[in-house]
Design a protein around this ligand. Structure first.
Ligand code: ATP
Length: 428
């Protein structure tokens, strides 16, 4: 993981937040390659969830919601961790992580009684900071979909089973964030709320676990690094009847990428009761009104990105040198093509290379780079996972051909400039 973290900073994937001020701990900024990778992960998810299925509708709810949402959902009462503070060094710990509940693991000092610590960030809406104006930063995107259930029914008239999908920021005041971007206080979620007939819930849960598991595999995670872990009964959240986590084998141990839960009819019932609105579904055929069950695949964008980075990181011995290469899936690679002139002091070469890059930009994410010798340029592109490097050399001026180098095999092929676009489109 250390090597991945160092690559992220060195090459511009992920930086510490507010770096010049000493950094804000456990907050991270995505740089030029990081934002591309993150967008590609989100795009791949949206494509597999919204575009490639016929039963899911996309949406994008506001982060700030009516405070009653969080009372009805149970978050005000139940969304807490137990924490213990050290009376000497003032450090705070999650009680569950402590081997000795009375003694500080850092300085040996005495710990306070464990107390409830609500994980929601609280703020005030408008100019007056009083209790009447309290709002929360959402700790999950899910509630934005539950409260829009009747809007979707009225505007789109879907039949069961159907789902809603959303990608967006969520905030949790975690007591023990860490492991780079794995656990942070501000993060992004990709969530589906899938409404089903209660009698189909078990079957649909199983289908979603497979569907989501395969998404990670299809985008290149190694099978041996991915597993499903069903929750024990005493681990389940207050609303869930069953849940299976998809876990990745990070260097710090098997850890959750996504949880897929059967939330039953808990959420719709809670919101119906608290809002006074009828949130039951009307089944035309059976002439029956009832609360559907909800199957929820809930994943983290940042955790997926971290898993894809960790899995793609390779070091290979090439002649006497170590080649660092990010073998990201082609849909995830931040840059698809790099155009590199072999000599930067030959104006004709540079001009031709720039023209080729500009043409390719119409179809693929392409960069032009002439700021180093070719060996170094290749190494840079390998490190960020660029799929193809197109090299323009003196010969190209004569025979109108260029060299295309494949990231993974490092094999090179001469291709006519007029065929280059078609060749790369075929590959990509
Ligand atoms: P954990 O047990 O790791 O705290 P969780 O079970 O509380 O996670 P969920 O409430 O199921 O997490 O949230 C769904 C997804 O959102 C998680 O699978 C994870 O990918 C992501 N997520 C949750 N909390 C964080 C966080 N603090 N930082 C980054 N991603 C997070």
């Amino acid at each position: 993981m250390e090597k991945v973290v160092s690559l992220c900073k060195r090459r511009g994937f992920i930086f510490q937040s507010s770096d010049i001020y000493g950094g804000l701990s456990n907050a991270w900024d995505y740089g030029p390659y990081g934002v591309e990778l993150k967008n590609n992960v989100k795009r791949a998810w949206w494509k597999s969830i919204v575009y490639q299925r016929n039963d899911i509708l996309g949406m994008d709810a506001a982060i700030l919601m009516h405070p009653k949402v969080w009372e009805a959902s149970g978050h005000v009462e139940n969304f807490y961790d137990l924490k213990s503070d050290c009376k000497s060094c003032k450090k705070r710990f999650k009680t569950a992580d402590l081997a000795d509940k009375n003694k500080c693991p850092e300085c040996g000092g005495e710990l306070t009684e464990s107390r409830k610590f609500n994980l929601m960030f609280k703020t005030h809406q408008g100019a007056v900071e009083d209790a009447a104006n309290v709002v929360y930063l959402r700790p999950e995107t899910a509630q934005g979909m539950f409260v829009n259930f009747s809007n979707i029914l009225d505007s789109k008239h879907p039949r069961l089973p159907f789902g809603m999908a959303q990608i967006g920021k969520a905030f949790r005041n975690e007591i023990t964030p860490g492991n780079f971007t794995f656990r942070t206080r501000e993060f992004e979620q990709m969530e589906v709320e899938y409404f089903v007939n209660p009698e189909d819930a078990d079957k649909k849960l199983a289908e979603w676990i497979e569907y989501r598991f395969n998404w990670y595999l299809d985008l290149g995670l190694k099978k041996e690094n991915l597993r499903q872990r069903p929750h024990a009964k005493d681990e389940l959240a207050h609303y869930a009847k069953a849940c299976t986590d998809i876990e990745y084998n990070f260097s710090f141990g098997w850890s959750e990428l996504e949880g897929i839960a059967n939330r039953t009819d808990f959420d719709l019932k809670q919101h119906a009761e608290a809002s006074g609105k009828d949130l039951r579904f009307f089944d035309d055929a059976a002439k029956k009104r009832f609360y559907p069950y909800i199957i929820e695949p809930s994943g983290g964008v940042d955790r997926s990105v971290l898993a894809y980075l960790a899995d793609a990181y390779h070091e290979e011995q090439v002649k006497e040198e170590t080649r660092v290469v990010l073998k990201l899936h082609r849909d995830l690679s931040p840059i698809k093509v790099a155009v590199l002139p072999l000599l930067k002091n030959r104006p004709q070469l540079v001009e031709l290379a720039k023209k080729i890059a500009q043409d390719l930009k119409k179809s693929h994410v392409t960069v032009y780079d002439d700021t180093a010798a070719i060996g170094k340029l290749y190494r840079r592109q390998d490190e960020v996972g660029t799929l193809y490097c197109v090299t323009i050399d003196v010969q190209s001026l004569e025979d109108q051909q260029v060299t295309v180098r494949d990231r993974d095999t490092m094999q090179q092929e001469r291709i006519g400039i007029d065929k280059l676009g078609e060749y790369l489109s075929g590959k990509l």
